[in-house]
Design a protein around this ligand. Structure first.
Ligand SMILES: NC(=O)c1ccc[n+]([C@@H]2O[C@H](COP(=O)([O-])OP(=O)(O)OC[C@H]3O[C@@H](n4cnc5c(N)ncnc54)[C@H](O)[C@@H]3O)[C@@H](O)[C@H]2O)c1
Length: 426
């Protein structure tokens, strides 16, 4: 069982004992997450020792044609790095090939992280790797998550070790999904890391997470880096990549950092990608004169982080000596319900369309997941872009794009056909 740790202190080095369980650990007692501002407790610090270690060197960004990747590429180039992008141009994300937004100064290489030959073309002459390429979806093609996300990370380390490429840092994209259903407090039974909500419970429209001991209501708590509990193939594949990268990195002296992003939003979030989330879905619906549809009862809590803040976080841990061998949450400013999000999006877009609550739900979704950014705050990072501004940025970008359709209808059809998207009894 983990030792109690005061909230807001530097996070433990990664990884603590892997506790992939549905047991309850009585760990620390952090502040509740409902209606809180996580960052208020942790003022940012500067990191003068952080700068300069890799500047003017070459960074390989896998998945660099994607949403987070392309913003990270822009920031790296702006800081004086040379950048090479390796991206498979996954057709579902990039149906038209290399995106126009990708910076012309980035060297481009079309390649797949599952392919040894492609890594061998990408790695020579590289000083650091930001590994963002991944398979993300809600569909039940479980093996693809493991093949791309876990085996892809293993192949990277395999080649770094085998070929002795002198890479001085690897930053990997992990995810909030490694926390699974999250962290709660039962008034009677203390801290609980629950399993995902049972299918029968969701089918009758009972949305909240109940204490597995007494069945009573529980209070959601902020997610801290000290414990994971993934339950989706995607979350498990991301945690497998963390375990592989940290253990191989430590063993072979390859300094490694993992970044557990919350829901990332902003311009360039692909329209075509079913996984690309609430901002795209609500914005596109509202711009097409359709009301946003909230799954469950719309009271789910989430945190949303702007992509520019995420790119800054990637740069910080690429350079900071104290980042090595650790996993960091990259989180938003506040917890927001889906319903509040829908109302905010309508306000920002100037559309009078209240959200629809029809009892549809995605099987496997979490109920309340909001991450704490205290640990990354200790290195000098904090989220800076308010949610309304992120939505406005995204909407402005959408309006500049030609032929924007409400693409979500097609992904919704696919999710219904695969029984991922379901309907609760009224
Ligand atoms: N966007 C989010 O909200 C979010 C949240 C948590 C974690 N992440 C992680 O951040 C990373 C970047 O996500 P994103 O939102 O920018 O996604 P994205 O889909 O926009 O970008 C991913 C890129 O990876 C490429 N790619 C996919 N499979 C590949 C393969 N086999 N080989 C090489 N390239 C491949 C795609 O073509 C795409 O350009 C991913 O690892 C993702 O799991 C994203």
């Amino acid at each position: 069982m983990a030792q109690p740790r005061p909230e807001g202190k530097k996070s433990v080095n990664y990884p603590p004992t892997c506790r992939l369980s549905t047991n309850f650990g009585k760990t620390c007692l952090p502040a509740p997450i409902t209606r809180f501002i996580l960052g208020a407790r942790c003022p940012p610090r500067t990191h003068p020792q952080a700068r300069g270690s890799l500047v003017n060197q070459r960074v390989l960004v896998t998945g660099g044609a994607g949403f987070i990747g392309s913003h990270t590429v822009d920031l790296l180039l702006g800081q004086g790095y040379h950048v090479r992008v390796m991206d498979s141009l996954q057709p579902r994300v990039h149906p038209h090939g290399w995106p126009r937004y990708l910076h012309p100064d980035a060297e481009r290489l079309q390649g797949d992280v599952r392919c040894r030959d492609d890594w061998e073309r990408a790695l020579p002459g590289v000083d650091a790797v930001v590994h963002l390429a991944a398979y993300q979806d809600y569909m039940p093609d479980f093996s693809t998550f493991v093949n791309v996300n876990a085996a892809g990370a293993a192949l990277l380390y395999e080649l770094l070790v085998e070929r002795r490429y002198p890479v001085r840092r690897v930053v990997l994209a992990s995810s909030q999904s490694t926390y699974g259903e999250g962290k709660f407090r039962c008034p009677e039974h203390g801290i609980v890391y629950p399993a995902c909500r049972p299918a029968e419970q969701l089918a009758r429209g009972d949305w909240e997470v109940h204490c597995p001991d007494c069945g009573g209501p529980m209070e959601p708590l902020p997610l801290t880096e000290d414990r994971v509990n993934p339950h989706t193939a995607y979350g498990i594949s991301k945690y497998a990549a963390e375990l592989l990268s940290f253990n191989l990195g430590r063993k072979y002296d390859i300094p490694t950092v993992n970044m557990r992003y919350s829901i990332v939003q902003g311009p360039r979030n692909s329209f075509y990608n079913a996984y690309s989330g609430i901002c795209r879905i609500f914005t596109l619906r509202l711009l097409h004169g359709k009301a946003p549809i909230c799954y469950e009862d719309g009271q789910q809590l989430r945190d949303y982080v702007n992509v520019a803040d995420v790119a800054r976080a990637n740069l910080l841990v690429l350079e900071h000596p104290e980042a090595v061998d650790r996993a960091f949450n990259v989180a938003g400013l506040t917890g927001t319900t889906v319903n509040e999000y829908a109302q905010l999006a309508a306000r920002v877009l100037g559309v009078d369309l209240p959200p629809v609550l029809g009892g549809a739900y995605r099987f496997g979704d979490t109920r309340h997941t909001v991450s704490s950014w205290d640990a990354l705050g200790q290195l000098g990072w904090r989220p800076s872009v308010p949610l309304a501004e992120t939505i406005a940025q995204y909407a402005a970008w959408v309006r500049e794009q030609p032929d924007v359709e409400d693409f979500y209808a097609e992904s919704e059809r696919r999710m219904r056909a695969a029984n991922v998207l379901r309907q609760a009894a009224r």
